[in-house]
Write a protein that binds this ligand. Structure first.
Ligand code: HEC
Ligand code: HEC
Length: 371
C-alpha cells in the first residue's frame, strides 16, 4: 500500500518537491555547506590533497597461489559455523566466482550476482556477492543492498550508469568499480540482481555501542579493523565501525558475522530527536522548525523503506554518513536525490553522526515466515 501523500509526490517532478521542501526549511537551495569531510566514513585518516584520485581497482587476480603465503594454508578447506560448505582461501579470494556459505538462506543466485556481468572484463569481472556478500548485507566500505525495494535498487544502478552518483572522496576506489559495473550490466542483469537482493529481508547486522574510547585500529581497503580488544583511543566525535570478528569477516567472508559500530556517548538520543521531529522545538508556544524533517515521512514508520524509498534502519552508519555527506556535497545527484537535498542541507557533521548512530541502532522488525 502506497500512502496517498507519496502517490502525490510521485506525480510531481522530484526536483520541484525538493525545492518546496527546501523553502519550507528556510534553506537556500543548492549550496553545499563547508562542513569538513567525515574522513572516517570514507575509510581515510587524512583529507585528500588537490588532484588526488583513486587508484583504479585492478582485475581480480588470476586464481593462483600467492608467493608470500604458505601453499598448504591457501588450499586447505575451511569451514564456518552452521555451514556444511568447505572453501579454501583460493575460493574465498576468487572475486569472479563468489563463495556461498549458506545457499539455503536465499533464492538461487543469478549468474550476475555469483559471477558478475556477462560483459565484465578487467575490474568488472567481479561478482556482486564478492563485495556485497551472498546475502547482500554488505560491509561499511561498500553498501547494504539486501531488502531494498527493487525500484530503488534499479534507480541507483541507473544513477551509477549515468554518472550521477559519485563519492565525495576522490580517493575511494570501489565506488568507481561500482560505476564501471553498472555500465557493464544489461538491464536484465540489473533486474535479476534487484529481485534477488530485494527478496532477502533485512535483519540485524550492526551492534551500536556508545563509548568515549575505541580500540586502536588499522585501515585495510577503507575498512577499520580493531588491532586490540581494549579501548584506549578517544572516539573524538567519529563513528568507528569494525568487524565483530576479523577472521570471520575478512579471512572467511562469513555473511553471518556482522559489525560493531562505536558511536559517541549521547549520540543515539540526540539522533532520535532529529530523526523523529527534524529537531523541531516549541518556543513561547510557537513551533520553531528544525534543521531537517522527520525521516519516517518518506522512509516509512519503521524506517524500513516505503514504495521506492530505501530502508535505512539497522544498516551501516558509516555508509549512511557517507551518503548523507555525498548528498550534501552534491556528488550524489540522481533522479530522486533532490528529495534528500533539503534534508541534509543544514546538517553539521555532528548531526550526521547522531542521526546515523540512532538509525543504525534500530532493530529491523522480526521476519515472519512466509512473508
Ligand atoms: C568492488 C566491490 C563492489 C562490487 C563487486 C559490487 N559493488 Fe555495488 N557497491 C559498491 C560500493 C563501494 C557501493 C557504494 C558506493 C558509495 O559509497 O556511494 C555500492 C553500491 C551499490 C548499490 C547502491 C545501494 C544503495 O543502498 O543505494 C547497489 C544497488 C549495488 N551496489 C549493486 C551492485 C550489483 C548489482 C553488483 C553486481 C553486478 C555490485 N553492486 C557489485 C561496491 C561493489
Ligand atoms: C521527502 C522525503 C524524504 C525524507 C523526509 C527523508 N528522506 Fe532520505 N531519502 C529519500 C529518497 C527519495 C532517497 C533516495 C535518494 C536517491 O535516490 O538518490 C533517500 C535516501 C536516503 C539515504 C541513502 C540510502 C542508501 O541506501 O543509500 C539515507 C541514508 C537517507 N535517505 C536518510 C534520511 C534521514 C536520516 C532522514 C531524516 C533526517 C531522511 N532520509 C528523510 C527521501 C526522503
Amino acid at each position: 500500500m502506497i500512502p496517498p501523500h507519496l502517490i502525490r509526490i510521485r506525480q510531481v517532478s522530484r526536483p520541484v518537491i525538493g525545492l518546496v521542501l527546501g523553502f519550507m526549511l528556510g534553506a537556500s537551495w543548492l549550496h553545499a555547506t563547508g562542513e569538513p569531510e567525515p574522513l572516517w566514513a570514507y575509510g581515510f585518516l587524512t583529507p585528500p590533497a588537490p588532484g588526488d584520485k583513486a587508484v583504479p581497482q585492478g582485475a581480480p587476480g588470476p586464481r593462483g597461489l600467492r608467493a608470500n603465503q604458505d601453499a598448504a594454508e591457501q588450499t586447505k578447506p575451511r569451514h564456518v559455523e552452521g555451514s556444511s560448505a568447505a572453501f579454501s582461501l583460493l575460493d574465498i579470494r576468487d572475486a569472479a566466482n563468489a563463495i556461498d556459505w549458506f545457499p539455503n538462506e536465499h533464492p538461487p543466485m543469478p549468474a550476475v550476482v555469483a559471477h558478475g556481468p556477462a560483459a565484465g572484463t578487467g575490474n568488472t569481472a567481479r561478482a556482486c556477492a564478492s563485495c556485497h556478500l551472498s546475502n547482500g548485507k554488505g560491509r561499511p566500505e561498500n553498501a547494504p543492498v539486501s531488502g531494498q525495494p527493487a525500484a530503488y535498487f534499479l534507480r541507483q544502478l541507473q544513477d551509477f550508469r549515468n554518472d550521477t552518483r559519485h563519492t565525495a572522496d576522490p580517493r575511494k576506489p570501489n565506488p568507481a568499480t561500482m560505476i564501471a559495473l553498472a555500465k557493464a550490466m544489461t538491464d536484465d542483469e540489473m533486474k535479476a540482481a534487484a529481485d534477488y537482493f530485494g527478496a532477502i529481508k533485512w535483519t540485524p547486522w550492526i551492534r551500536v555501542v556508545e563509548t568515549d574510547l575505541v580500540p586502536k585500529t588499522r585501515i585495510s581497503g577503507n575498512l577499520f579493523i580493531a588491532t586490540e580488544k581494549t579501548r584506549t583511543e578517544p572516539i573524538a566525535g567519529r563513528i568507528i565501525e569494525v568487524p565483530e570478528d576479523e577472521e570471520q569477516a575478512e579471512t572467511l567472508r562469513n555473511p553471518h558475522s556482522g559489525f560493531i559500530a562505536y558511536v559517541p556517548v549521547g549520540s543515539v538520543k540526540r539522533g532520535e530527536n532529529l530523526v523523529k521531529t527534524g529537531g523541531m522545538s516549541i518556543v513561547d508556544g510557537a513551533i520553531m522548525p528544525g534543521k531537517t524533517l522527520a525521516c519516517a515521512t518518506c522512509h516509512g514508520p519503521d524506517l524500513m523503506g516505503l514504495a521506492d524509498i530505501p530502508g535505512i534502519a539497522g544498516r551501516s552508519p558509516s555508509y549512511m554518513v557517507r551518503q548523507l555527506y555525498d548528498l550534501q556535497q552534491g556528488t550524489r545527484k540522481g533522479i530522486s536525490s533532490p528529495l534528500m537535498q533539503p534534508i541534509v542541507l543544514n546538517l553539521t557533521g555532528d548531526d550526521m553522526v547522531a542521526i546515523a548512530a540512532y538509525v543504525a541502532s534500530l532493530a529491523p522488525p522480526p521476519v515472519v515466515a512466509g512473508k
